[in-house]
Ligand binder design. Sequence first.
Ligand SMILES: CC(C)(COP(=O)(O)OP(=O)(O)OC[C@H]1O[C@@H](n2cnc3c(N)ncnc32)[C@H](O)[C@@H]1OP(=O)(O)O)[C@@H](O)C(=O)NCCC(=O)NCCS
Length: 162
Amino acid sequence: MFVRTASERDLVAVRALLVETWHATYDAIYGAERVTAITDDWHSIASLKARLTRPNSEFLVADDGKRLGGMAFAAATTDPKIVLLNQLYVHPACQRQGIGQSLLDEVEASFPEMDTLRLEVEEANAAAIGFYEANGFRPAGRTADCGGGSGLPALIMEKRLG
Ligand SMILES: CC(C)(COP(=O)(O)OP(=O)(O)OC[C@H]1O[C@@H](n2cnc3c(N)ncnc32)[C@H](O)[C@@H]1OP(=O)(O)O)[C@@H](O)C(=O)NCCC(=O)NCCS
């Protein structure tokens, strides 16, 4: 798998990857119906397309030439030193093969002014928290509204760079 910038041609495959990975990750926590409702909103083609042109952002996919194994989306805040890692998802069949790590490395290389990479993670998602801790992220607080508008509580984690 190689990491590259996403384009409009990828969006159908990105949406399919997100829907599958979200059900595999969150059905046991939120229930399948809630997961379908959230992914229909956050991961609609229109929502994904809007991210392709967002300023000061990076939309990445991991590709092996035949299919996508993962994706990441990160965007700088109004302070260019603080970047939010909004999404990092590796397909269940491709996890633990270094793809998440490659996507994260590329995000870190993409924002030269960044000194803090911040994310929100579901507290019951022990695998993701394990991955982030192994990659230098530390707990930095809590939010009651993961992603803005979900009403879901989440742990905030941050990695200091530079
Ligand atoms: C979390 C996720 C992004 C990690 O990506 P990945 O490609 O599976 O992870 P990598 O193979 O790059 O792992 C790199 C290192 O992170 C750590 N790590 C990865 N998964 C881990 C886990 N489940 N528990 C503890 N540590 C873990 C390990 O140190 C690993 O190195 P190793 O395999 O040599 O031991 C991916 O598993 C995923 O998409 N999960 C489901 C969706 C999700 O939870 N996304 C995050 C939402 S906030």
